[in-house]
Design a protein around this ligand. Structure first.
Ligand code: ADP
Ligand code: MG
Length: 392
């Protein structure tokens, strides 16, 4: 490894990161991480591609859902669930309507958006994060004020937004958490989506979108009421609702795959977790969020947190870190207890009651779950909780 070690200072100068070895990047963009799959798909893909798409809709579907190519090459599944939803999403992006991925947190909206952009445009980085503080310039353009003051408005003083860049290059712009942006900022999208034009009155010019341009937005339904989408804007989107995984085994597979790839990226010195351990965590989360045990026999109280697949992934992942650095390298109940408890107890009073009750009535009684019961009970009773869990 050390043979290829470069002179450090050299590389640090490259703020774009282009010079850094790809394996040193903590979170690679989808198009980097899956470059091989995308290249292979492009090679075998002889179907018609919409203007300026890197792949045909067939190949994009295969990239998202996985499959085996005629060449024998295996494409890993990115989205696990209803194939129809992905088809609708991909087909939408080939029309003049934009795509809105909608659903509760942790249902792979951002994940799907990133992979769609990587497969269709070869670039998932044209990203605008929606927050209460997002202003128009994040969507339209801004100014380099130093230059603006010296030169007056000029193309060189313009700070191009990811949206403008996507229009100029015929790519996909991604908007995260669209409904968190103030309504008037959301409304700047209307012209862009209906006229496919971004006027720059200061320069007496406009940017006309090139073919291939479109927008993928995500929004949480938990954010409802924050800033509803105006009806004018809703009409310009096709909405695809991403659901929680329907079956236990589906959710276990998602967690298993993500944990494996995260563990690799973090270089955790731990064994791959036993599927049984993942299944237990996923079962607990599914039962708590559903309000009933999987056999349908016992009603349980649902805690206030989301407890989605994404939480299960992070609980297993932090359990693995515990096992790797403080345990024997294998994931046991004791490594998971703190993470599970932290994910479940968001409200220090009511969630705690719900969790203790569930531990007593369900976990304790289940065959082979005594270790999990003991570990979680101890954590829940002894308040080994983080400040956040204590509501500080
Ligand atoms: N159906 C699914 N298929 C594949 N991965 C999923 C699925 N549901 C959740 N995930 C995983 O959950 C994690 C969180 O997803 P994310 O896109 O951040 O959620 P959201 O944006 O909906 O809040 C991702 O790592 C993703 O891989
Ligand atoms: Mg998201």
């Amino acid at each position: 490894m050390s043979t290829s070690k470069p002179a450090r200072t050299d590389r640090a100068l490259h703020v774009t990161g282009e010079e850094a070895p790809i394996s040193a990047i903590l979170h690679q963009h989808a198009e980097q991480q899956y470059a091989e799959e995308l290249a292979e798909l492009a090679r075998v893909d002889d179907r018609q591609r919409p203007p300026n798409w890197s792949l045909s809709p067939w190949a994009v579907r295969t990239y998202l859902l996985g499959g085996k190519l005629d060449s024998g090459f295996v494409v890993s599944p990115k989205y696990i669930g209803n194939a129809r939803l992905i088809e609708i999403a991909v087909a939408t992006l080939a029309t003049d309507r934009a795509l809105l991925l909608y659903g509760i947190p942790g249902t792979a909206k951002s994940w799907t958006s990133e992979h769609l952009a990587a497969a269709i445009a070869g670039d998932s980085t044209l990203l605008i994060q929606g927050t209460a503080g997002t202003d128009e310039s994040a969507i339209r353009y801004g100014w380099n004020y130093a230059r603006l003051l010296v030169e007056g408005p000029s193309p060189a003083a313009l700070v191009v937004s990811p949206m403008m860049r996507a229009m100029q290059t015929g790519k996909l712009a991604r908007i995260e958490e669209l409904t968190r942006m103030p309504s008037e900022v959301q409304d700047t999208l209307i012209t862009i989506l209906s006229e496919k034009t971004l006027p720059v009155p200061e320069l007496n010019m406009e940017v006309q979108a090139h073919k291939g341009f479109n927008v993928i937005a995500t929004a949480n339904n938990r954010d409802k009421g924050v800033n509803e989408l105006s009806s004018a804007l809703v009409r310009r989107f096709n909405t695809v609702v991403l659901p929680l995984p329907e079956k236990l085994e589906e959710e276990v597979e998602i967690v298993d795959r993500r944990v494996a790839s995260l563990g690799q990226a973090l270089e955790l010195p731990a064994e791959k977790p036993a599927l049984e351990e993942i299944r237990r965590v996923v079962t607990v989360f599914r039962e708590l969020r559903g309000g009933v045990t999987l056999d349908g026999k016992t009603k349980v109280k649902s805690p206030s947190g989301t407890l989605s697949t994404a939480e299960a992934i992070s609980v297993i992942n932090s359990g693995l870190a515990m096992a790797a650095y403080y345990g024997d390298g294998q994931l046991h109940a004791g490594d998971l207890a703190a993470g599970i408890t932290g994910a479940i107890i968001k409200d220090p009073v009511q969630d705690r009651v719900a969790w203790l009750e569930y531990l007593q009535t369900v976990v304790k009684e289940r065959d082979g779950w005594k270790d999990l019961y003991r570990a979680c009970h101890e954590v829940a009773c002894h308040e080994v909780l983080t400040p956040v869990n204590r509501g500080e």
